[in-house]
Structures are given as C-alpha cells and as structure tokens.
Design a binder for this molecule. Structure first.
Ligand code: PLP
Length: 432
C-alpha cells in the first residue's frame, strides 16, 4: 500500500486512522472552584439546612446566594436548588399536585428520570413519540395521548434544543394541563430570547458531572409561580414536619425528602454559572463547523435549529438514511470508531425498559398502574412510538460534544473521518 492509499483507505480495512490523538475530556473546574470550595470548608458550615420551620429551612448562605444568582441569570422569580436534577424532577411532579393514578405525558426519547419522577408519585407515564429531526416530544403525539386523567406534559429539551413549547402551551391551555420542562441538557439554550426551561410552569437543569456545568451532583429548578416554588422547597426538605408550624393548608403531596444541596456544591455552582455562556458558545461554534462540513454528505442529516431557537449542543444529533446509502448504522459507527472517533453515542427508548415492559415498579403486582382502571393495561409495547423506535434501532448517531474539550485539529479529524467513511460507502456496502 502506498502513502496515498493508506490515508484514503478505511482504518477498518487497515488504512491510516483519520484521528490519531485522543480527545481531551472536558474539565471546567479551575482555581475559582478550588477557592470557593475551600472557603466553605474553612467556614466549617458544609450545610445549613434545617428540616423544621426556621430561617434555616431554606438552606445556608451559599445555597441562597446560588439560588439568587440563578434567578438573575435565568430571569425567573424562583430558583430552587436540589442535590440532583432527578430530585428536582420528583419535587416538580409532586408540586403540581399529581394524584395517584394520574397520567403525565412524557417523551420516550429521554433519560429515565423524566419518567420515573412520575412513578415516584404513583402517576402513570404515558409515552409520546418524538419529532424525527429535533428528537423532541411531538405535540401531535401529545394530543393523541390526552385522556381525562392527564394532568401534565413533562417535555424534555433533548440534546440542548427546546421542545416546541409554544405548541405544547397551546395544548396545555386547552386541556388545563401543567407543563414541566426537563431542560437538564439545555442550560442557556434560548427560545424567542427566553431561556429554555423558563417558559414552562416548572423547569430545570442538571448539575451532574457530564452536563455543561456541574457541581459533581446537583440540580436547579426554575419557576415564576410562587406556590409551585414553595411546594418544591417543602418537598426538598421534609415537608411533613414543616407544614404544621408553617401553617400550610394544601397538604397533598407534602411528603418530604432530603433533596438538599450542600454548601460546597452551591459555592462551586456560583463559579460554574459564570462559565456557562462561554461553554455553550464554544459547543455552538463546534457544531456550526461540523454542520458546514457534514451537511453535504449524502444521506446524513445534521441537527436542525428551529427559527427563534438556539441549541446548547449537549449532544450533536445526526441521522443516517441507511436505506439510501445501503449501509447499516452499526457498520458506519464501527468504521467511524476505527478512524479514532471516540465520541459516538446512540440513544434510548424509555418505554422499552424492563420496568415498563413488565410493569414492575413498587412490588410485583402492577402498582401504580393498577390505580388507574383505564390504564392498568396501558401498552408500552414496541410500536407505540415508531419514530423514536426507528431512530433508536437504525438511524440515530450522536456526537457527545459536551464531554470533550475539542480543538480545531480534533474537529478537522472528525470531518475527515466522516468524509473518508462516506467516500468508502461502496466498500462498506460490500462488507455488510
Ligand atoms: C441528566 C439528566 C437528568 C437527571 O439529572 P441528574 O442531575 O443526573 O439527576 C434528567 N433528565 C435528563 C434529560 C438528563 O439528561
């Protein structure tokens, strides 16, 4: 093989790799976070929450400062921190007053906590299909799934692009539903100038270590509704012990947890929030570069950004028309991986998890589904979300932009890998 042949031949078949350097993992922690954490440790006050009706019910100085900073940043009346966004989602679903057996419509193309937050209040998740190109909940599928037991839509701003919140708000208005926005992957993404997550009744973001900004573990809930904010704070911190002395009359779902964020994490969060804009802008420019170079490849669809939206690019989501190009996604993915592309990911269909397939959650006899006569035999079978299933099985290919600190030469390498694989499609076809 001569040099020319080595660089044009697929690494899968013995040619040279397009990418020889390993991508640097992204680390947003700097001296600012070290200082902030040390200051808290030196203060001796690592958490100041008290699970009783007292000034300290709302947490320590760093938690409060972080919450006020988030309110200013996101332009909302209330930010409530949690020890994870999973906790924040559970509090949000509880706060809207979901009753056992009530239904919440949620997309199947998401992280499992979007659906289990409903199960935690003995609600029934009803899975909606997604739009093929934004991967977000499809408002038409939401409408089809509404019954007289539907109480809310739990929309997800998947991969960093907001769901069609305008269409969802219209449906919610007509049917008197609440909207909860799981914007875990979309901090600082915008819709008509507003932040994703802030246009729902309740929304929020994850601060776990593989999101744009992180505190190790953590979450931020945002809302403009005073009651929902207060009910979320109660659920965060042993509601049942506090409602009496506080004089709360609305007792539904005032079953509390300990979902409190520590002072060290809050202090780190204050520093991380200062970096959010820059981190998101860098992912956006990486995505623009990739799209400019990949959009001409036949049968490959690059991420779409709706008018009036901006995308935070937690994941850069591609779809491959495998019928058109005649090569399976598995083959494409293995050819790209052989070229040294380590940041490829597939995604998931939550309705196909064993818990939903077998309806085994609390105990083994179908609870909480048995609470809802009309839904105790709800189908989670394959076929209920054809778009999401097809993407999951055949055509979706994501690049995890958020996890890496990609440099220009890395981006050039990614483009070369795709171009080389596409130039060799006839050979891959033969190998399928
Ligand atoms: C990360 C994530 C969550 C959960 O957040 P944690 O902070 O890890 O609990 C929920 N929903 C989506 C869509 C996520 O990506």
């Amino acid at each position: 093989m001569n040099e020319q042949e080595k660089t044009s031949q697929l690494a899968l078949f013995g040619g040279q790799k397009s990418i020889t350097k390993t991508f640097q993992k992204y680390n947003s922690m700097g001296e600012e976070e070290v200082e902030a954490a040390c200051e808290v440790v030196r203060s001796g006050n690592l958490s100041n929450f008290l699970g009783a009706w007292h000034d300290d019910f709302y947490g320590g100085p760093k938690v409060k400062q972080f919450e006020r900073t988030c309110e200013a940043y996101f332009g909302v009346k209330h930010a409530v921190t949690f020890n994870s966004w999973t906790s924040g989602l559970i509090a949000a679903v509880g706060a809207i007053g979901l009753a056992p057996g009530d239904e919440v419509i949620v997309p199947t193309w998401t992280m499992c906590a979007s659906a289990t937050a409903i199960i935690h209040w003995n609600g029934i998740p009803v899975f909606a299909d997604i739009e093929p190109h934004t991967f977000n909940i499809d408002p038409k599928s939401v409408e089809k799934n509404i019954t007289d037991k539907t109480k809310a839509i739990l929309a997800v701003d998947i991969f960093g692009h907001s769901a069609d919140i305008e269409a969802l708000a219209k449906i919610a208005d007509e049917h008197n539903l609440k909207i909860i926005s799981d914007s875990a992957q979309a901090p600082a993404a915008r819709v008509q100038g507003k932040f994703a997550g802030t246009l729902a009744d309740l929304g929020g973001f994850s601060l776990n270590y593989h999101k744009h900004i992180n505190t190790g573990e953590g979450g931020i809930l945002v809302t403009n509704d005073d009651r929902l904010a207060e009910r979320s704070r109660l659920i965060r911190n042993h509601a049942e012990a506090v409602v009496g002395p506080k004089g709360e009359e609305e007792l539904e779902n005032m079953v509390g947890y300990n979902f409190r964020l520590g002072e060290i994490e809050a202090a780190i969060g204050i520093e991380q929030l200062k970096k959010l804009d820059r981190l998101v802008v860098s992912r956006q420019s990486q995505a623009t570069f990739l799209t400019n170079h990949l959009k001409t490849l036949e049968g490959l669809t690059t991420p779409i950004i709706r008018d009036g939206h901006s995308h935070a690019f937690y994941i850069y989501g591609l779809t491959v028309d495998t019928e058109l190009i005649g090569v399976s996604r598995a083959k494409i993915a293995s050819a790209l991986a052989a070229e040294g592309l380590s940041l490829i990911t597939e995604y998931q269909n939550i309705h196909l998890l064993p818990m939903f397939q077998r309806k085994i959650a609390y105990g083994g006899s179908g609870f909480p589904w048995t609470l809802n006569e009309a839904r105790k035999n709800i189908s989670y079978e394959k076929g209920i979300c054809p778009v999401a299933e097809q993407l999951n099985e055949c055509s979706f290919l994501g690049l995890v932009l958020c996890l890496y600190d990609l440099q220009q030469d890395d981006l050039n390498g990614i483009v070369s890998a795709f171009k080389k694989v596409w130039a060799n499609l006839p050979l891959l076809r033969g190998a399928d």
